[in-house]
Design a protein around this ligand. Structure first.
Ligand code: GDP
Length: 365
């Protein structure tokens, strides 16, 4: 399964946020607790479409889909030259599929800041610089090899050297590899290097309790947004402390609490959605009277592979998929009505499943 790693300097609120994630996940009843690594938090993906389908179909049971966050421990500063703990930090990051960087945007004199004062930009730079330095080492090594062959006019090496040069230029400007506008082809050429700074990333601005409703006027948040914009990354504002409290409430209590705070959606819910999409994940639904359920697939997956998410037999014996878009199902009110209107499609093996498709798979056993 794909996972988003949580990183950040000490005392920025990582553990608090991760606690909120595990508590929220503990409320989700549909996964086996026993097998979970303590550094992994499973979250349900909030999806209003699932509630709507439940209303329409009135199934016995509704099941949301879920994915994982991984808490990345270890020492950040000096990691790229590092031994031991620092190296561990980098190797943990290598294993995740996207990076969620928590940045301290709250003032609190009782909580020590590692750099002496709240300075989100410098915090981000400390972490990103370590990752860039680690990547630079891999790129330099590779470049030394490839550029020799490129000089001998080896075509593949010339192409690779050109991509590496672009990435090196970004590093020289202390920018991550993901800020470089690379084509899919170019990304493929350097895929083998598994660059840390090529992983998709987002920033979590952790603000104080009394700032969360008015985050647009928070200067620290603004700084993080400006920085993130340069690499095309998203910023999610949360108050980790509040999220930790919210995570223990049921849906009704949560709605009331959020209204009191003057916010529409919890920061954690926003973060979950953003990370899900950052990982390139999307959702299709099955909607039977027994169970309405959301399923996760990777964008671009075809119908048989998506069927395989439910069960490998479904993929092996795939014949076709009866498909209706969520919007059509809601507009026509039921599957027969949608069918009557010609909105039920029979999709075959080559169909690329779309986010929001409601599907029923037909398969040979
Ligand atoms: P970590 O070292 O990054 O994991 O940081 P922690 O989650 O342990 O948080 C460090 C301290 O900051 C703890 O005392 C938290 O209670 C506090 N803290 C975390 N988030 C917030 C927040 O949003 N507001 C305030 N006031 N304190 C927070």
């Amino acid at each position: 399964a794909l996972t988003a790693g949580i990183v950040g300097l000490p005392n920025v609120g990582k553990s608090t946020l991760f606690n909120a994630i595990t508590k929220a996940g503990a409320l989700a009843a549909n996964y086996p607790f026993a097998t979970i690594d303590p550094n992994v938090g499973i979250v349900e993906v909030p999806d209003a479409r699932l509630d709507k389908l439940t209303e329409l179909v009135e199934p016995k049971k509704t099941v949301a889909t879920s994915f994982e966050f991984t808490d990345i421990a270890g020492i950040v500063q000096g990691a790229s030259q590092g031994e031991g703990l620092g190296n561990k930090f980098l190797s943990h990051i290598r294993e995740v599929d996207a990076i969620t960087q928590v940045v301290r945007c709250f003032e609190d004199e009782n909580i020590t800041h590692v750099a002496g004062k709240v300075d989100p930009l410098s915090d981000i730079e400390v972490i990103n610089l370590e990752l860039i330095l680690a990547d630079l080492e891999s790129v330099d090594k590779r470049y030394a090899k490839v550029s020799k062959l490129a000089k001998q006019k080896d075509k593949e090496s010339m192409e690779e050297a050109a991509v590496l040069e672009k990435v090196k230029e970004a590093f020289a400007n202390e920018m991550p590899a993901r800020s470089v506008d690379l084509s899919d082809e170019e990304k493929k050429i350097i895929k083998g290097l598994s660059l840390l700074t090529l992983k998709p990333a987002l920033y979590v601005a952790n603000v104080a309790e009394d700032e969360v409703a008015d985050a647009d006027n928070n200067e620290y948040v603004q700084q993080v947004r400006d920085y993130a914009a340069k690499e095309g990354a998203e910023v999610i504002v949360v108050c980790a402390k509040i999220e930790e409290e919210i995570a223990q409430l049921d849906d009704d209590e949560k709605a009331m609490f959020l209204e009191e705070l003057g916010i529409e959606e919890s920061g954690l819910d926003k973060l979950i959605k953003a990370a899900y999409s950052l990982l390139g994940l999307a959702t299709y639904f099955t909607a039977g009277v027994q169970e309405v359920r959301a399923w996760t697939f990777r964008k671009g997956m075809k119908a048989p592979q998506c069927a395989g998410v439910i069960h490998s037999d479904f993929e092996r014996g795939f014949i076709r998929a009866e498909t209706i878009s969520f919007e059509d199902l809601v507009a026509y009110g039921s599957k027969p009505a949608a069918k009557e209107a010609g909105r039920l499609r029979l999709e075959g093996k080559e169909y690329v499943v779309q986010d929001g498709d409601v599907m029923e798979f037909l398969f040979n056993v």
